[in-house]
Design a protein around this ligand. Sequence first.
Ligand code: COA
Length: 125
Amino acid sequence: MKIRKAAIKDWPAIKKLLCEFPDKLMQKHLPKPSAFFVAIVDGKIVGCCALDVYSKRLAELRSLAVTKKSQGQGIASKLVAVCVAAARKKKIYEVLAISGSEKFFAKHSFHTFHQEKYALLNILG
Ligand SMILES: CC(C)(COP(=O)(O)OP(=O)(O)OC[C@H]1O[C@@H](n2cnc3c(N)ncnc32)[C@H](O)[C@@H]1OP(=O)(O)O)[C@@H](O)C(=O)NCCC(=O)NCCS
């Protein structure tokens, strides 16, 4: 398995992968193609994750998905690690993930609370 930055030619495969999941938010307002990293097995995209950089201070992990057949092999974990490493390289201070998979993200050091700080959301949608 190899992880690399997405290229424009990967866009149809990324959209197809995200369409596997019923969560409509996964398909709306997607990050730009250049924000994505993709996981490749046997020449095929089996996973993706985007690092959307908002400022020097904040970036968001978005559109994390692994095709059903390839789940449970640590692919999402590697994608998250690569995105976090990319954020670190850019000296970004905090990385946000909004997800129902709290336990998954907790394994990757994403927590609701850190040194007297909470991330507070006002969901308008
Ligand atoms: C969530 C998802 C990306 C995980 O992909 P994956 O490649 O199977 O993940 P990994 O193999 O790296 O999983 C590592 C661990 O997380 C656990 N895990 C996987 N999905 C989980 C979930 N939805 N909630 C909690 N834990 C989860 C696995 O059981 C595994 O645990 P272990 O290390 O104790 O065995 C994949 O299930 C998926 O694409 N889901 C649909 C889209 C989605 O929900 N995206 C995440 C929200 S942004």
